[in-house]
Design a protein around this ligand. Structure first.
Ligand SMILES: *[C@@H]1O[C@H](CO)[C@@H](O)[C@H](O)[C@H]1NC(C)=O
Ligand SMILES: *[C@@H]1O[C@H](CO)[C@@H](O)[C@H](O)[C@H]1NC(C)=O
Ligand SMILES: *[C@@H]1O[C@H](CO)[C@@H](O)[C@H](O)[C@H]1NC(C)=O
Length: 346
């Protein structure tokens, strides 16, 4: 009996080790790595790329499909750049390159209520395997376009469904539970990890927000992307005090420490006169609130970004370091946002 137990646990840890070994992570993809995120517009591939020293870039998957030269533009500056592709995993919107597929009559029941009241963005039934497979196809497209990892947004639809105070039309329409969400994320993660990137590594996948899921997922996913974890713009009544801390599990994971990419939104980074980037960065109180070291955010890769409809997550970024400095503006070409989706099989 004892012998049997030992051998079972031996086989189990051998299998776990084998699974972990299957994820082949590019060198340098580790806590503290510098990054830039711009998912608001297409990059201007004719301008010099700034910042020059960010090994990780988070860009919108569909802007890359519309402007496939973006990949070569980034790799020209740094052949080892890690391109993380942002996509909507929990919902589907009109600007998505595969929107027409979702409009087919046989898929009509997979789309639920409007997200945040925007009628052109609708929750997906992630409990349905057909729905999950259509979303997983987005990860296949990411691989095809040259992405090294994916940043799947809106993986917390279950939280609106579990909120008793919301009227039915503001829920997803599918009564999602936390377990449904975990099943969906694990299905996506397995799919991603089955893919090999053009650079010969495993396609990586991160956790986007959804702090309560971090404990269940940090072992299986490869990084995290968080917004406003320090709560600069939170109602102090909302108890999200542990938001940052829950993602420490990624940083302290063994045998592989995993990066946590964190976004803070100090209001004063926006220049109120131009609606653009304030070249001297956020004012002192907001800069400190965003950047001051805290034990629970040790090792996080933090960027400060502008918040607001047309500017949110655009090329303007301030990096922590020194008050009044560290602001960069990555050049964009918004005219190219409406190009047709030329690259990728939809
Ligand atoms: C999932 O959705 C597909 C497409 O709408 C539908 O044909 C199928 O019956 C659904 N499966 C379940 C279990 O509801
Ligand atoms: C709730 O849903 C309605 C109808 O879709 C929408 O008009 C409203 O803006 C939504 N409210 C919120 C807070 O999302
Ligand atoms: C991943 O690959 C394994 C082994 O080939 C397969 O059994 C599994 O179904 C695949 N999973 C997904 C989600 O594609």
């Amino acid at each position: 009996m004892k012998y049997f137990n030992l051998s079972t646990s031996f086989v189990t840890s051998w299998l776990l080790g084998l699974c972990a070994a299957q994820v082949n992570v590019p060198p340098g993809f580790e806590p503290g790595v510098k990054w830039q995120i711009d998912i608001q517009h297409s990059l201007d591939t004719s301008a010099p790329l700034v910042p020059t020293d960010a090994p990780v870039w988070d860009l919108d998957l569909y802007f890359i499909s519309r402007n496939p030269d973006t990949v070569a533009y980034l790799r020209e500056q740094n052949p080892d750049v890690f391109i993380m592709c942002y996509f909507n995993a929990g919902a589907v919107q009109e600007s998505d390159c595969d929107w027409d597929v979702w409009q087919r009559p046989e898929f009509s029941r997979l789309l639920g209520n409007a997200l945040n009241g925007f009628p052109d963005e609708r929750w997906v039934n992630i409990k349905n395997q057909t729905g999950r497979d259509l979303i997983k196809k987005r990860i296949t497209v990411a691989r095809e376009l040259g992405c090294d990892g994916v940043d799947p947004d809106n993986i917390d639809g279950y939280r609106v469904d579990e909120d008793d105070e919301l009227p039915a039309q503001n829920k997803t329409g599918f009564s999602l539970s936390e377990q449904d969400e975990l099943t969906f994320i694990r299905d996506m993660a397995q799919h991603a990890h089955n893919l090999t990137t053009t650079r010969g590594f495993t396609m990586l996948i991160g956790q986007k927000n959804a702090a309560p899921l971090a404990e269940a997922l940090f072992d299986e996913l490869d990084f995290a992307v968080l917004e406003d974890c320090k709560g600069l713009n939170e109602d102090p009544e909302d108890d999200e005090a542990n938001f940052c801390a829950q993602f420490r599990r990624y940083i302290t994971a063994t045998p592989r420490a995993k990066p946590v990419f964190s976004i803070e939104y100090p209001m004063s980074l926006r220049n109120p006169d131009t609606d653009g980037c304030n070249p001297t960065g956020a004012k002192e109180s907001e800069f400190s609130a965003s950047c001051d070291p805290r034990p629970e955010t040790q090792g996080f890769s933090t960027v400060l970004k502008i918040q607001g409809d047309e500017e949110e997550l655009n090329g303007c970024t301030q990096y922590c370091g020194q008050l009044g400095s560290g602001v960069v503006v990555t050049a964009e070409d918004p005219a190219k946002d409406d190009n047709s989706c030329t690259a990728g099989t939809f």
